[in-house]
Design a protein around this ligand. Structure first.
Ligand SMILES: [Zn+2]
Ligand SMILES: [Zn+2]
Length: 423
């Protein structure tokens, strides 16, 4: 039997790593620009954290969590999303009392037992931000602005912002009644999931990915959400803020997010070319979550974006450093007895911060040169008896095809100067 990675998981091979690193560097740089500090929470959490936050009736909790009992019969899950863990950490470390308002950035693996499909994995990666401790609509505007800045800096050519407000809990209660009335005529045409969502969590119907359900939902032209005066004022301020920031959006959709913790602003960035499930980033405000997890009553807003889906939507070769360039020095020796000398030179180079690579399998010089080209070395440093006797080195520039023999000291000095310049 051949061993394979689990269904819905994937290896990220060295050849794919430059795209990932480039994306991660870009989002870290932008998070810093907007003063969001990185936080890393565990991959494992108690199951109850997500039941209390994401919601009992959501697909995530009902069907998609990887859940198991540990040896002491504690119910553990592999985290399906980032927000709940970050709020837990915020409260556990008393950041509510120590700093109050806090802005977090995260990036890491999440786990959901979804049916694997294009761009959806069971172990997938997300980055996102959470701003906890404020009701100000300007924080919504800032989070949306940052999300768009990250997506476009990552090389996403075109994305469209969908904006809505789900209001406060009383607004949501009214909207759910209204939505039930509207959809009751079509109830039997909804998918089996939506039929059970109908009573338990009707907003999930708005979120259904099935074409037949989407067609029914989108037949309605007006949003079921009628906001109270405060929520309407908040939403108006968010929209004005986005206008003044020069961010265009579509607020005409009948659009809600299915996780229990959302209140007021919800948004999604959709990219072309990802099909019906074209959202690359999504988020919103969650004004009750901190309180529901045992903290003070306070506002919070955030978003998350899936890295695999984003990479699918970004044309290859557009992100800044995804092109492989020649790099480092390949130390080649003219005969196997010189491997120890070659190793010493490699170490000398590495200690100066210069990438060095060499062959330990006593390959011929010709084979070593082929290898140097294959690993995209910039230079080959050839060490033979003659060079050793004269304390010199023969340097071949693989990019330019030139070759020269120079004193060893001069070589190390030149290379370390170039390496420092690069950094
Ligand atoms: Zn309201
Ligand atoms: Zn459905």
């Amino acid at each position: 039997m051949e061993l394979q990675a689990l269904r819905g998981t994937s290896d990220i091979l060295p050849e794919d790593i430059p795209r990932w690193l480039s994306l991660e560097r870009t989002i870290r740089r932008l998070a810093r620009l907007y003063s969001y500090d990185e936080i890393r929470t565990p991959l494992l959490e108690e199951a109850s954290l997500f039941r209390r936050s994401v919601g009992e009736t959501t697909d995530i909790v009902q069907k998609e969590m990887f859940q198991f009992e540990d040896r002491s019969n504690q119910l553990i899950v592999l985290r399906p999303e980032g927000t709940a863990s970050i709020v837990r950490a915020y409260l556990e470390h008393h950041l509510d009392k120590r700093i109050g308002f806090a802005k977090f950035f995260y990036c890491g693996a999440m786990f959901r037992a979804e049916r694997p499909q294009a761009g959806r994995f069971r172990q997938f990666h997300q980055f996102g931000v959470e701003a906890i401790g404020s009701h100000s609509p300007w924080i919504d505007v800032e989070a949306i602005t940052l999300c768009q800045a990250m997506l476009s800096a990552c090389g996403l050519p075109q994305s469209r912002l969908w904006l809505s407000s789900m209001g406060c809990k009383p607004d949501q209660l009214r909207a759910s009644q209204k939505l039930r009335e509207r959809l009751s005529l079509h109830r039997s045409s909804l998918c089996s999931d939506c039929q059970s969502r109908f009573d338990k969590n009707i907003f999930r119907v708005l979120d259904c990915k099935k074409e037949s359900c989407r067609a029914i939902v989108w037949k309605e032209k007006t949003s079921p959400f009628i906001l109270c005066a405060e929520c309407q004022a908040h939403y108006d301020q968010v929209r004005q803020g986005l206008h003044s920031a020069g961010i265009s959006f579509d607020d005409t959709g009948i659009f809600a997010r299915g996780l229990d913790y959302y209140t007021r602003t919800v948004f999604e960035f959709r990219a072309k070319g990802l099909g019906a499930q074209d959202a690359v980033a999504a988020g919103g405000r969650y004004n009750h979550l901190v309180e529901e997890l045992g903290g003070p009553s306070t506002g919070a807003v955030g978003f998350a974006a899936g890295i695999e889906r984003l990479l699918m939507a970004i044309p290859k070769g557009t992100s800044d450093s995804s092109t492989v360039s020649r790099h480092g020095i390949y130390v080649a020796v003219t005969q196997p007895t010189l491997i120890a000398e070659g190793f010493r030179l490699s170490q000398q180079l590495r200690e100066k911060g210069i990438a060095a690579n060499m062959d330990y399998d006593s390959k011929s010089l010709k084979a070593q040169l082929r290898e140097a080209d294959k690993v995209q070395a910039q230079y080959v440093a050839i060490l033979g008896e003659a060079e050793l006797a004269q304390q010199s080195i023969t340097v071949k520039d693989l990019g330019q095809g030139t070759q020269r023999t120079i004193p060893l000291d001069q070589f190390i000095q030149e290379m370390s100067h170039a390496a420092n310049h690069e950094q």
